[in-house]
Ligand binder design. Structure first.
Ligand code: GDP
Length: 310
């Protein structure tokens, strides 16, 4: 159900704690309930997949928490080669801007934040590492506010929700000096402030491909958000190429995420982010579509690399 999906990206300067936060969210979510320990760090680990014999083909992941499925898509740190940032941001309905409570916002996150604001997204601000000696969360909030102003945020965007966290200690708070010891305030904020994805589950299937991975066994794997309709494993669908040509084919695998683990799905619907295998010619920015009159989604620009201005 669309109402139960939240699609977000995390914008963070390196070392501000993105990996630690995602680890903590995974630990406090349903997936690792059965005393399963996450011993490896997530977003930047490839060894994990080898060790568990699973395939982490892209850096996306899903967290299941109190009936909600939170899809977290990875954003490139700062440079925007080939419009990658835009591509990723077309899939999400909000971003978490994660900022170190001691360091404050860093210029490298500016670019992605600006893109998010320009696209009309309303970021959630997470001030992390509040346990750090010398942390100055109030000052950092002011700095973030100034940065939003500088980047021409609108009034709604300036009215950002703030969550204070220690990803390391696994807690989040609405007030800095409350005594909350878990991440519930962060999960609550995601549920309440990130809009559920839009799209018509009854319409014909449409998915915009935003990344491509390759697996030795299953071949090319295209990932993107289902904008409309539903899709089933094994189904015949149409791939609409950039030049307008159409090629029909069968989905060999429909994949989603449970935590970090890529799992096979039977079916998926509008709003969700999934991967499809079985199409060796599919490219980024192209559409998978179903129905009698398969229609392409607006192509996203990937041809002209935009240079980051930091
Ligand atoms: P990333 O580069 O944004 O993924 O950052 P990491 O999650 O790898 O964290 C960078 C460093 O900051 C690591 O040494 C973490 O242990 C530390 N760290 C992350 N979150 C916190 C926190 O809430 N408090 C403190 N004190 N350290 C943290």
């Amino acid at each position: 159900m669309q109402q139960e999906i939240r699609n977000i990206a995390i914008i963070a300067h390196v070392d501000h704690g993105k990996t630690t936060l995602v680890d903590a969210m995974l630990r406090q979510s349903g997936v690792f309930r059965e005393n399963q320990e996450i011993t490896e760090r997530v977003m930047d680990s490839n060894d994990l997949e080898k060790e568990r014999g699973i395939t982490i083909l892209s850096k996306n992941l899903s967290i299941h928490h109190s009936g909600l499925k939170i899809n977290i898509v990875d954003t490139p740190g700062h440079a925007d080669f080939g419009g990658e940032v835009e591509r990723v941001l077309t899939m999400v309905d909000s971003v978490l801007l994660l900022v170190d409570a001691f360091d404050g916002p860093m210029p490298q996150t500016r670019f992605v934040l600006k893109k998010s604001l320009d696209l009309g997204l309303r970021p959630i601000v997470v001030i992390n590492k509040i346990d750090r000696p010398g942390a100055r969360p109030d000052d950092v909030v002011d700095m973030v506010f100034d940065l939003f102003c500088e980047l021409n945020a609108n009034e709604e965007q300036l009215d950002f929700p703030i969550v204070y966290s220690s990803a390391k200690l696994g807690f989040a708070r609405f007030e800095i000096d409350s005594d909350n010891q878990d991440l519930e305030p962060l999960f609550d904020t995601i549920r309440d402030h990130v809009p559920a994805p839009t799209g018509d589950p009854q319409a014909d299937f449409q998915l915009l491909v935003t990344s491509i991975d390759y697996d030795d066994y299953i071949g090319r794997i295209a990932t993107g958000k289902i904008f409309n309709g539903r899709v089933k494993a094994g189904e015949q669908i149409t791939m609409i190429k950039r030049d307008g040509s159409v090629i029909r084919g069968r989905i060999s695998k429909l994949l989603g995420y449970q935590g970090l683990k890529q799992v096979e799905l039977e079916t998926a619907a509008a709003g969700d982010i999934v991967s499809i295998a079985g199409f060796e010619e599919i490219g980024i920015g192209e559409t998978f579509a179903g129905g009698e009159n398969p229609t392409a989604l607006p192509c996203i620009n990937i041809d002209e690399p935009t240079l980051s201005m930091n």
